[in-house]
Write a protein that binds this ligand. Structure first.
Ligand code: ADP
Ligand code: MG
Length: 240
């Protein structure tokens, strides 16, 4: 084996794929620049770390199953003056995730609730948190699919941040509502949740059916919660 082939094989076995791909480029560059041994190692390892971090971020994004990958850079705050840009940007510091508190985004269809929720979820993936995204209807369907005894809540309990999108488009039967309550009450103090809804909290009883259950859900959710109301035009129906 030539030294080049040997180093490449060792890099692959050590889990350094970026080095394996770029080593000849790097060695040529180091010779041309008469780089010191230390600078050379510094460069190679720093690049490998960047490449590894990108792979981790990509994997976290895939696992989160977001509906798209739009960030706040894609968000036109001027279009939505009722939304406090400063407050939204502050949330991207993600202090609410380790604090295990919640964010509720409320407003009519098309105002950007899902967009903002996704942008925060992407920031959380970037920061190394585990994230999962679901609509509340998908969550209810999944939970109902398993029998009550064997009911596996873990996909919704494990992530550091759970995004529950679209609360309010569909009312739930009691069994589903109570499974949703199980998730929220067991996440309480254990993980952060972002929730979006087209309904005001006082109308949630129409979604979850039961007064006491709705009160219990809101009690858990709102104990530590940043509530952001977006009251403005639908971006889907904007005139451009
Ligand atoms: P909601 O969840 O409130 O119904 P969405 O977040 O799905 O609304 O927004 C609808 C569409 O319009 C999405 O494609 C979203 O990216 C886009 N959008 C909404 N508001 C804005 C905005 N202020 N700037 C840029 N795109 C926006
Ligand atoms: Mg939405």
């Amino acid at each position: 084996m030539t030294p080049v082939a040997r180093v490449r094989a060792a890099a692959v076995r050590l889990g350094l794929p970026h080095l394996a791909r770029t080593m000849e480029h790097h060695t040529a560059h180091a010779e041309a620049e008469a780089m010191s041994h230390l600078d050379f190692l510094d460069l190679v390892l720093a690049e490998e770390l960047v490449a590894r971090e990108e792979r981790r971020f990509d994997a976290a994004l895939r696992k989160a199953r977001l509906p798209h990958h739009k960030t706040l850079d894609d968000f036109d705050f001027a279009f939505q003056p009722s939304l406090d840009e400063y407050e939204v940007r502050q949330l991207t510091d993600l202090a609410f995730v380790p604090a295990r508190s919640n964010v509720a985004l409320l407003g009519p269809p098309g105002v950007g609730k899902t967009h903002v929720a996704v942008a925060l979820a992407i920031s959380a993936c970037r920061a190394g948190y585990t994230v999962a995204f679901t609509t509340i209807d998908d969550m209810a369907r999944q939970l109902k699919g398993t029998t009550r005894l064997a009911c596996d809540l873990s996909p919704y309990l494990r992530p550091d941040l759970l995004v529950i999108d679209e609360v309010g488009y569909q009312p739930f039967a009691h069994a589903e509502a109570s499974l949703i309550f199980d998730v929220l009450s067991r996440r309480y103090d254990k993980g952060a949740t972002i929730l979006t809804s087209n309904r005001r909290f006082q109308d949630w009883v129409e979604v979850f059916g039961d007064e006491a259950l709705t009160a219990a859900i809101l009690d858990r959710l709102l104990h530590r919660c940043t509530v952001i109301e977006i009251n403005g035009p639908s971006y889907r129906r904007r005139v451009t």
